[in-house]
Design a protein around this ligand. Structure first.
Ligand code: GDD
Ligand code: MN
Length: 380
């Protein structure tokens, strides 16, 4: 299995060669093709040059580990550097890690093993599960990281313990077709929100604070984080098709019932107004007109709101209206029949029988209209 390791660098001249060597050492026993891709944002300390020089070593040595340096012209942020690396990557599996020796390269084989053995799509090296740890971070930094993690957990519904990890591996094909915002540091978080149905696993590791160079996390990175979370939050809400099927199904059923309840109200109000306008009107006539009004308002609301169908082409809409009215009439018949059977044969009290019958008829109505009137899959 070809592998790509992505190393984003900004001013890591004191770390980069050690970093490359440690990865090489970790990958050699695999005896399989791998590439290391360094994405440097024109570091003023000459990281790219040092890395490129170190790369020549690889030409003569192990043929199956290659090293490439991608140079960008300016500092554009960590996520965007990782993404640039991913676009260059030829491997089926991609590993992303920091290049300041905070992430131990000897964890990589364990991550790959999880991908292969447990058939995972994403493996996250985690500081926050049993066995994981952070070494050398001051209290303030720990607090910041924990808070950011909690924010992701509660606002985005992230289940894993360390979504802020900068150390993770994934099968490249799972991000096919996904558009990344790539603001700030949060590539993994964005992946966790946008990739649906991925099998994810966390394995523990110890994060060791850098010995050389300085962290690039500053107030801009924190601000970018809040911006990224906000965008991802809106992404989750504005893309119902990305939600879980059960949630989508229930939310549609909820809308359908709300519309149904509004129909009852329309029915009563119309019948009442008719009675007031034409004092001599036969009450059954008033009821029939009321029902017609409520079926019409129910239809329009369900079309626009419940099923979000904005196509009002004449023929199609008429056909939908006919089906909807037909199902409503059918539902009413079922309801009457059920009440009769439940009371007469089932010995159930009338109020309870009515509730059961209304529930059954409206569930049936919802499903029939979903499938036939608005042409959606029933479970979708
Ligand atoms: N190319 C490029 N461009 N690389 C960058 C940039 C950038 O704009 N900003 C940072 N990097 C590189 C650094 O050179 C380093 O290799 C890696 O990204 C991580 O940056 P650090 O500045 O060392 O981050 P940190 O150690 O403070 O933060 C760690 O913890 C965070 C979660 O709490 C990292 O592991 C982060 O990835 C993680 O999100
Ligand atoms: Mn670091």
């Amino acid at each position: 299995m070809p592998l790509s390791v992505i190393l984003p660098t900004y001013n890591e001249s004191q770390n980069i060669t050690k970093m490359i060597d440690s990865i090489e050492e970790a990958l050699l026993p695999r005896n399989a093709p791998a590439e290391i891709i360094i994405v440097d944002d024109n570091s003023p300390d000459g990281t790219a040059e040092i890395a490129a020089k170190h790369a020549t070593r690889f030409d003569s040595q192990e043929k199956f580990i290659h090293l490439r340096v991608v140079r960008r012209t300016s500092k554009q942020g960590l996520s965007s550097a990782i993404l640039a690396g991913v676009y260059e990557a030829k491997g089926e599996v991609v590993v992303v890690m920091d290049s300041d020796l905070s992430h131990p390269a000897h964890t990589i084989p364990r991550m790959l093993e999880e991908i292969m053995q447990s058939k995972c799509d994403i493996v996250v090296a985690s500081r926050y599960i049993q066995g994981g740890a952070i070494s050398g971070w001051p209290f303030k930094r720990k607090l910041l990281s924990k808070s950011a993690t909690k924010i992701a957990k509660y606002s985005l519904g992230i289940k894993i313990k360390d979504p802020m990890s900068g150390f993770f591996a994934f099968r490249k094909h799972i991000i096919h077709g996904i558009k990344f915002d790539s603001i700030g540091y949060k590539m993994l978080l964005e992946m966790l929100v946008k990739v649906r149905g991925a099998r994810i696993k966390e394995i523990p590791y110890t994060f060791t604070n850098r010995r050389a160079g300085t962290s690039k996390v500053d107030s801009k990175v924190m601000f970018d984080y809040m911006r990224a979370v906000w965008r991802l939050y809106r992404y989750g809400r504005s893309a119902p098709s990305e939600r879980r099927t059960s949630v989508r199904f229930l939310s549609k059923a909820g809308r359908f019932y709300t519309v149904g309840a509004s129909g009852l109200l329309v029915n009563y109000i119309v019948s009442f107004i008719l009675g007031a306008l034409f004092p001599g009107i036969w009450y059954l006539h008033a009821t029939v007109v009321g029902i017609m009004f409520s079926i019409t308002s129910n239809f329009i609301l369900n079309k626009l709101w419940t099923f979000e169908d904005r196509d009002f082409t004449g023929r199609k809409t008429l056909l939908q209206y006919g089906l909807f009215a037909g199902f409503s009439a059918f539902g009413a018949l079922v309801q009457v029949g059920l009440v009769y059977v439940l009371v007469e044969k089932g010995g159930i009290s009338y109020p309870l029988a009515l509730i059961l019958a209304v529930a059954a008829a409206s569930i049936g109505n919802f499903l029939l209209n979903k499938k036939w009137t608005f042409k959606e899959k029933v479970w979708s």
